[in-house]
Design a binder for this molecule. Sequence first.
Ligand code: GCB
Length: 604
Amino acid sequence: MNSMLYPKTSRTRRIVDMNGLWKFCFDPESEGLKNNWKNGLDPKRTMEMPVPASFNDFFTDKDSREYTGDFWYETSVFVPGEWEGKNIGLRFDCATHRAVVFVNGEKIATHEGGFLPFTARINKVVKWNEPNRVVVCLNNELSYTTLPAGSTKVFSDGTKMSKPFFDFYNYAGLQRPVRLVVTPKDEIVDFSVKHSLEGSDSITEYKVTADSDKEILIQVYDENRKLVATASGDKGVIRISNVRLWEVRDAYLYTFRILLMDQEMIADEYEEEIGIRTIEVKDTDILINNKPVYLKGFGKHEDSEINGRGFNLAVVKRDFELMKWIGANSFRTSHYPYAEEIIQMADREGFLVIDEVAAVGFFESLMNFMEASTGKQTAFFSREIVQTETKANHKAALSELIARDKNHACVIAWSLMNEPETTSKSAVPYFKEIFDLARELDPQKRPRTFAMVMNSTPNACKCYSFPDILSLNRYYGWYNRGGYEMMEAKEAFIREMDQWQELGLNKPFLFTEFGADTMAGIHKLPSVMWSEEYQEEYLRMQFEVFDSYDFVKGEQVWNFADFQTTEGIMRVNGNKKGIFTRNRQPKAVAYVFKKRWENLPLNY
Ligand code: GCB
């Protein structure tokens, strides 16, 4: 069974870190398979490549940076003979966007989707007490069926180019850690928890899946490592008296220790830190532990200088410090699942996370956010291939996401798509299947949402009945009537909000995007678009609108930081809607947010 558990060392489990410099080469002719590169890359064309990282921004030539097609990585890992008799797996935290893995020349795994982990069991091919050759063929091409979606253009000389249906740069590579994971034959494969409250106690329904019929024990420890509850069996309930709940920006994590027992001997041991909280949508409120919350925060990206989308714990740490400084309490993992370490940090810091699957680009346009408001239609969901292959990939990615993140206290909602084209009826059955699947798979039955593009208005959108929380991406005063037209932008914004109000949906609304591109350091009096002054004026207008509708339960500005995009006339070396620069320094408007967010009522 393929386990999505985060790799950990315990008395029964071992990990070998495989990060570092790997061999790397491009394969524009897709000749690697025929030429048996699975047995070793051609030394004449290989170079060294750091893992984890995106390959793109290391290069000084454009062909390499923009490379689209197959590309290969190779390393070797020594597997000690003392692990004979254990399960040996190779765990890729992500391989963007698809991978075929070979060990000692044998194909052992394939995986589609570049933002979720997979583990390949290598027992059948492993060589004990020897280095084992690991070769991975990746591919970063986009199509209608990929998550994220896009297209691939081919020039007259055969060179390929990514044409995303989204603006963030199509970074690729082994962007997150790779590890050898050693687990016992009798193995804990998965577990899930669902909490409810009874007075000052918590009741956790749990379920453990194991590749074994050995006895299962659960022990729960508090933060002082004091045992507070125990249970046995593969499912049941755990009561914690006088529970210390996980609260927004005031986290508390119990350690759930799961044991497989062979008489007195421990056959497998796995521990995870779990925050105990409830999450519910009631009327227009989002309730955490039965208390209403207002989301303050950001749409983000995994994006930084040189590393691209490569996992960088130092940047992650800085981001959390900035989010705390500014008074935020939440973020959306726009537009793909983030590294597990980020979700763990959110658990530890008490942030609320809207966890998004990489279903972005479901509107055939690089600039969908602009073109949507022109009334353009691309009939994305009318394509048969979308209703078959894209949907299958979407379901697989969603299943992996929920399997990976379902126990995290910080995850309070699933975002099932970003800015899909909801104006045609063909979207409806697709939405139904995806929304139903999320409900079915999540033991905690978290609210589901999707981020709605500008033209998903009450009049035009065919899918607004699906989400439990409505998430609006709105750019009144930027893409729509920017600059001196701001007053009209505000009127149009209010008109739309009034229409939502009239529908009486009785559900919470969030703004998951609003923002204005701003070049840090450009000052202009009076303001012009792109100046720091305009960003501030634009945002003050948004706040006035948000604050006049009581069903608005949160604001996540676009974007936390400036980020890299595909080049084009709309972007000046990237998207500049950051409240912070790409180097994580504040623009002037950061102080406006800090003041607003720190002064919203305490309960928020
Ligand atoms: C959007 C997209 C986001 C873009 C943003 C923008 O609507 O969801 O990915 O980056 O607009 O800044 O244009």
